[in-house]
Design a binder for this molecule. Structure first.
Ligand SMILES: [Zn+2]
Length: 220
């Protein structure tokens, strides 16, 4: 009997042929058992992976829903700006799942270039917390921050910024400059772009359309 035949459980007759009296029907050879174990382990690994992916997907969905909820609040702030004739940009600062400060663009209303939504919300949050560091806050803003606001975000060490739409002419989270991800700075920010992007962008478009119509009406 060869080593191989022992391994596979074959029974040999005296002349060396495999006999008909092989193991009973349904009995597995060692090789088959090994293959079945491998298959079972592979299936277990796949199932574990699938469950981990499903869990990650559920968490991702919950995060996206929360981001959308806070962006809606920022949009509400942006609408306030439009009411005072300012470009509709709104912002909320969230800490531990709660809004701690809000801001909207009041550059025209205040006749002050510093009255941007983000700076306004950051100022309020610092006052409320009694700290210039906002290291456990998330900033939601309807439009990609300008250089001044991106600078303030880096200075306040805000770890995450969620944005509605890009600002191709002045955005500093990647559009014109990328101040929020500068490797040379001592702080980099995690960013998310496009949360309720269409709504944020539409609000801006409608504002400028109305402005043009009003100007045309004045000319007429
Ligand atoms: Zn700004």
């Amino acid at each position: 009997m060869t080593t191989e035949s022992i391994k596979t459980g074959e029974l040999l007759t005296s002349d060396g042929d495999a006999s008909n009296s092989s193991p009973g029907v349904g009995a597995l050879t060692q090789e088959e058992k090994g293959r079945a174990t491998k298959q079972r382990r592979w299936e277990q690994r796949m199932e574990k992976k699938r469950m981990a992916e499903e869990q990650a997907h559920i968490l991702e969905e919950a995060k996206r829903k929360q981001d959308e909820m806070f962006m809606r609040k920022a949009l509400g702030e942006a609408r306030k700006a439009a009411c005072t004739g300012d470009v509709p940009i709104g912002c909320v600062l969230v800490r531990r799942g709660k809004i701690i400060a809000r801001g909207y663009n009041r550059r025209n209303a205040d006749k002050n270039v510093l009255s941007h939504a983000e700076v306004s919300a950051i100022r309020k949050a610092c006052k409320k917390l009694g700290d210039w560091r906002l290291e456990d806050c998330v900033l939601y803003v309807t439009l990609e921050p300008c250089p001044m606001c991106a600078g303030a975000i880096v200075q306040a060490r805000i770890p995450r910024v969620v944005m509605g739409c890009a600002n191709p002419k002045a955005g500093c989270a990647g559009s014109v400059l990328d101040l929020l991800h500068q490797p040379g700075f001592n702080h980099q920010t995690e960013t998310e772009m496009g949360i309720l992007g269409e709504e944020c962008s539409l609000l801006m478009k409608e504002f400028f359309q109305d402005l043009r119509r009003a100007k045309d009406a004045d000319k007429g």
